[in-house]
Design a protein around this ligand. Structure first.
Ligand SMILES: [Zn+2]
Length: 698
């Protein structure tokens, strides 16, 4: 039976209208070609035996780079609100990269944690193209993991698939370029910094930083399974400490499962949310330099966070007086836990690096009875259920969650379920079948599955948001095959290498909460992924190869955008770009907030990558100025607003705020704003800056 999407909701009408706008453009590419064999490593010895048995000698390198996209007038990615557009910066977004190699078998792997909502397929495709231009076959799909922190406060439009650009008003080349360029530059730095070193590991529970946002779905898992676990979220943080043989500390990676939803859906400032701020806190403590080629890099990476929220008081309540406070609370918990693990990490990783990777036609997996309820099953064409429109607890949308066609109880459910179900998708009342849209699907179906071992640690990377119990089952599948080979820890790497919604257990799926409704490939998606990961684990263990699988389509051909560029910038007569509108007071006490407003240009004119829209400057005794804060610092906010300066409506107010920290030294300060304005005469881009008056901090 074919899905027949309901058309009665206004949001759906919008989707369908938007789809009409976005669905045009012929695209001949199909996802059936077979890629060159880049599915895994066979050149070297097995990673857990032979010359790598007992190995603790690694090569390690780290790098960090700015990926902050347009800071004004671009839809934000995460909450699917059309009216949530960027209007400034609280924290800059960064890509944090690590290269880890083992001379014992000549293998290496790249791990990147990026402050983005999702690492869309096109991001991996374009980063790999750059890497292969620079380094040939050193880096392939198989040994590069790109994982999203899942911040909901970054700019969007960086997908080639329509579903993820709907509420952004289409594709945005400038944002995609910023993300791809920054991830690539972070990897280049890690590559260049590679040197002999060690990796130590520690793990521990962080129990007050997350709750399960779909407890009723979780409760559908068998009691005998639930009783094995103390919590309905994954509370384990696993941390790697990377250090050069010279003693230089080069970084840390930790994985902890919690959504990047501390900042709410009314926020318009770019932010890395709780993981971005936790990374900033760790790097600040290590005195990292964001523009240096080599510096300490602390990645707070995402794991199986599908049903895990930082809003531990329910709904959107993270315990703070506002979004910023809630973000700080969630970040500080993760930072303090990570720092404690870092300082206690003495257990070395043992073994070599190895990896296996395959592309899977996720909507057509034949799932063997061993992975299901004892019956052969298949996955389904990608579709979302009605509850997806309700949003999750930390970003409410239309309607309510849990609309399932498991049993039809009321006239309304009977009405809604009629014609919206397929035999394959089971309890899901289908609101949109992305997989059957033409000329190409609205979400990807050829998807990457990847298994990496770094010594006795296994990383299971999928393009999904994996729920707590689904993560446990997947780790168990991998451990069953690799435990005997020496693997002692298995970590789920979340939102990796592409993005295609959620992955719940079969039982949770029946509840059709937000996560089940967003499990694209039907009730047996997790079983299919378990089956495939089992296969990858066996071939890695036995040092065998695996077929690369079909190649994901390239949709560079077919992008539609409704994004507005900057036509030109204007300012009121008699004022200059950089002129002060509202100046600082003469003096402040610590804890107060300095606010200075400047006439200026549109931030899309120059993203100021690896740079800043603002500086807080302190006067030295010799009259020179030192910078004490930038636009990526927690205590500053850069805000952009359009000003209707008649008759052009093209003026920009650029506001700089500095909340003076309690640690600020008394003295004389000033605020500087930097930007670029675009000429209406010849389109030239012109840098400018403005300065506030000098003021004192007491
Ligand atoms: Zn999510």
């Amino acid at each position: 039976m074919r899905a027949n999407p309901q058309k009665s909701l206004s949001f759906l009408a919008y989707i369908l209208l938007a789809g009409t706008a976005l669905g045009v453009g012929a695209c001949a590419s199909r996802a059936v070609d077979v890629a060159p064999d880049s599915s895994g490593s066979l050149a070297g010895a097995p990673a857990l035996s032979g010359p790598c048995a007992g190995n603790t000698s690694f090569q390690v390198g780290s790098g960090v780079y700015d990926i902050t996209g347009p800071a004004a007038e671009l839809g934000m990615m995460g909450y699917a609100r059309i009216d949530q557009k960027t209007a400034g910066i609280h924290l800059r977004l960064r890509a944090r990269a690590f290269v880890i190699a083992t001379p014992c078998n000549g293998q290496r792997v790249v791990f990147v944690s990026a402050d983005v909502g999702q690492v869309f397929q096109v991001i991996k495709q374009q980063v790999m193209a750059k890497l292969q231009t620079a380094y040939g076959s050193t880096y392939t799909d198989a040994n590069v993991i790109l994982s999203a922190t899942h911040t909901h406060s970054g700019p969007g439009g960086d997908s080639h698939y329509a579903l993820y650009n709907l509420t952004i008003l289409g594709f945005d080349q400038q944002n995609l370029d910023a993300v791809v360029h920054g991830i690539y530059q972070a990897i280049v730095r890690a590559h260049n910094n590679l040197g002999a070193g060690t990796i130590t590991v520690a793990s521990g529970d962080l129990t007050d930083a997350s709750i399960n946002r779909s407890p009723n779905a979780y409760l559908r898992n068998p009691a005998a399974e639930r009783v094995q676990y103390a919590s309905d979220t994954n509370t384990l943080m696993t941390l790697l400490r990377l250090q050069k043989s010279t003693g230089l500390e080069i970084g840390a990676i930790n994985w902890f499962a919690v959504h990047g939803t501390s900042m709410g859906n009314d926020n318009h400032l770019i932010s890395g949310d709780n993981k971005g701020y936790a990374a900033y806190l760790f790097e600040k403590a290590k005195e990292s330099n964001y523009v240096a080629d080599e510096t300490f890099v602390a990645a707070f990476a995402q794991s199986d966070e599908g049903d895990s929220t930082p809003n531990i008081f329910g709904g959107t309540n993270g315990g703070g007086a506002n979004d910023f406070d809630s973000t700080a609370l969630a970040a500080q918990k993760q930072y303090h836990k990570a720092l404690a693990l870092y300082n206690s990490a003495t257990e070395p990783l043992v073994g070599g690096v190895d990896y296996r990777h395959e592309y899977v036609q996720m909507d057509a997996v034949q799932v063997a009875p061993a992975w299901t309820d004892g019956v052969a099953r298949t996955t389904c064409p990608a579709a979302i259920g009605i509850s997806m429109l309700a949003g999750a607890e930390d970003g409410p949308g239309f309607g309510r969650e849990g609309f399932t066609c498991e049993a039809v109880h009321t006239l309304w459910t009977a009405f809604t379920c009629a014609g919206t179900q397929t035999a394959c998708q089971g309890e899901k009342p289908i609101v949109l079948e992305m997989g059957s849209q033409t000329p190409y699907p609205w979400s990807p179906e050829v998807l990457p599955l990847q298994l990496v071992t770094i010594g006795n640690l296994a990383l299971v990377a999928t393009p999904f948001e994996v729920t707590t119990m689904a993560g446990r089952r997947l780790r168990h599948t991998v451990m069953t095959q690799l435990g005997s080979a020496g693997v002692t820890r298995v970590v789920i790497v979340g939102l990796a290498n592409a993005y295609a919604g959620y992955m719940t257990t079969r039982e949770e799926y029946a509840q059709q909460d937000y996560e089940g409704a967003s499990t694209h490939f039907g009730p047996w998606q997790l079983a299919a992924v378990q089956q495939e990961m089992d296969k990858l684990a066996v071939v890695l263990r036995d040092n065998l190869s695996v077929a690369a699988g079909p190649t994901p389509r390239d949709l560079s051909c077919c992008q539609i955008t409704l994004q507005t560029g900057v036509v030109f910038d204007d300012k009121p007569l008699g004022r200059n770009f950089g002129s002060v509108i509202t100046d600082a007071n003469a003096s402040y006490n610590r804890g107060q907030t300095v606010t200075v407003v400047f006439w200026g240009g549109h931030p899309k004119n120059n993203l100021r990558i690896q740079d800043s829209f603002l500086q807080v400057q302190q006067k030295n005794t010799d009259g020179t100025w030192s910078v004490v804060a930038y636009d990526w610092d927690w205590e500053t906010k850069y805000t952009w607003t359009r000003d209707n300066c008649f008759p052009t409506f093209a003026c920009s107010r650029n506001t700089v705020q500095w909340t003076i920290p309690s640690t600020a030294a008394p003295g004389t300060y000033r605020i500087r704003h930097d930007g670029t304005w675009k000429s209406g005469l010849n389109g030239s881009l012109n840098p400018y800056f403005g300065l506030s008056r000098e003021f004192t901090v007491n």
